[in-house]
Design a protein around this ligand. Structure first.
Ligand SMILES: Nc1ncnc2c1ncn2[C@@H]1O[C@H](COP(=O)(O)OP(=O)(O)O)[C@@H](O)[C@H]1O
Ligand SMILES: N[C@@H](CCC(=O)OP(=O)(O)O)C(=O)O
Length: 386
């Protein structure tokens, strides 16, 4: 098994707040104690399969990126809010106050180890636009190279409902892919995936998941009673599956077992990688963004794109929907309205009606040579249901 030299750790709101609401400085310190110590130890390595999969430490330094929730939860008490508001505007106000407090807390806590913290706030746009994506990746690499500790969260205050990640579990899986992590550790208030609601007696922890089939009959529920988390186990399992499919090992456990999870100990639920590691820069396109609009394809174009892995040409377009600009992610649909692919479009939505059903040759002749291009190039396209 591969050594975990670069690790993304995600911690949920429920692990950072007190029962009354507000940040729990002791819990932040306890987490930072683990992260700072593990960072300076060697890579985690999963031992040979037979012993149930204990992972162990080797030599050298680990690089850790922390994806931390808790901005909204940390902002509630200071704003006199008793519980997490439902409306986006008040959530964003709480996040605005809370994110500052959260990072100040991490900064003070890591300072005990002489470690600098670098805050990185990402929107889903940053995952879906190529230049932003490359920039985010470069910044994180540079922070690590300079010995700083990146603390990532969603940029809650500017994200609108439609383009929010909404849950940091998925953000963490995408960040793990972005930084080419070997291991993703999802920390929560529950020590793994259970075969039913863990609050019910008689349910037990699932130690290993080898593929989606292993969870087919498991009741995966929503957020716990702490009431500060968002997605519950559903988003964690989705995130684990995204990362595992991208060849990244995943451990899902409770924050009190963080040290074990990071050093290769046998804890929580371990998701085996199901796919090959790849530098596929389009993973984010599949999972990151709510596309800005859609283009309907005729049957021949669906076959060309899905089976032939060809670019989408103007001649295959049957319709267009939504507001988008060249460079935006769009959904490609068949005539029945099923999403068959996603891609980065080369035209603005308002230009598309001019192109419908016409050959590139014809377009070049009538509208100019700049119209002789693919609507979505195959290198910018990901098929959803091959
Ligand atoms: N099958 C399951 N296994 C484990 N936990 C589950 C399951 N179904 C629902 N849950 C709930 O998911 C909660 C964790 O999600 P959440 O509250 O969003 O945490 P966080 O804030 O750490 O992201 C647990 O406290 C648990 O109550
Ligand atoms: N960006 C939000 C986190 C949303 C979220 O996913 O929360 P959680 O389920 O606790 O991981 C915040 O900082 O409050």
């Amino acid at each position: 098994m591969g050594e975990a030299r670069r690790i993304v750790v995600k911690v949920g709101s429920s692990s950072l707040t007190t029962a009354e609401g507000g940040l729990d400085a002791d819990r932040v310190d306890a987490l930072v104690d683990v992260l700072a110590k593990v960072r300076n130890a060697g890579p985690a390595r999963r031992a040979p399969a037979e012993g149930g999969g204990g992972r162990r430490a080797g030599g050298g330094e680990r690089e850790i990126v922390l994806v931390s929730s808790g901005a909204i939860a940390a902002g509630l008490a200071p704003l006199g809010l008793r519980r997490r508001p439902r409306d986006l505007a008040r959530q964003q106000a709480a996040a605005s106050v809370g994110q500052g407090l959260l990072v100040a807390r991490y900064t003070a806590s890591f300072a005990r180890y002489g470690v600098r913290v670098g805050q990185v706030l990402l929107t889903s746009d940053d995952m879906s636009r190529r230049a932003h994506h490359r920039n985010a990746s470069r910044t994180l690499d540079k922070l690590l190279a300079m010995g700083a500790f990146p603390v990532v969260n969603e940029n809650d205050t500017v994200a609108t409902d439609e383009i929010r990640f909404g849950d940091n579990d998925r953000l963490a899986a995408l960040v793990a892919h972005l930084v080419r992590a070997d291991l993703l550790v999802l920390l929560s208030d529950v020590d793994g995936v259970y075969d039913g609601d863990p609050a019910r007696p008689g349910t037990s922890r699932i130690a290993e998941v080898r593929g989606p089939g292993d969870l087919a009959h498991v009741e995966i529920g929503s957020a716990g009673k702490a009431g500060v988390g968002t997605g519950g186990m559903v988003t964690k399992v989705e995130a684990a599956s995204i990362a595992a499919a991208a060849g990244i090992q995943v451990v899902l456990t409770s924050t009190v077992h963080a040290a074990d999870a990071l050093t290769g100990g046998d804890t929580g639920t371990y998701f085996h990688p199901t796919g090959r590691r790849s530098a596929d820069r389009l993973l984010w396109l599949q999972h990151a963004s709510a596309p800005q609009g859609s283009i309907t394809l005729d049957d021949g174009a669906v076959r060309a794109v899905v089976e032939g892995r060809k670019s989408l040409l103007p001649a295959g377009i049957a319709g267009v929907d939504g507001e988008f600009s060249a460079g935006d992610p769009v959904e490609l649909r068949d005539r029945q309205g099923r999403a068959v692919a996603r891609g980065l479009v080369n035209f603005d939505a308002k230009e598309i009606p001019l192109l419908i059903g016409r050959s590139t040759h014809e377009l070049a002749r009538d509208l100019g040579p700049e119209y002789e291009r693919e609507v979505v190039h195959r290198d910018d396209l990901v098929v959803l249901h091959p």
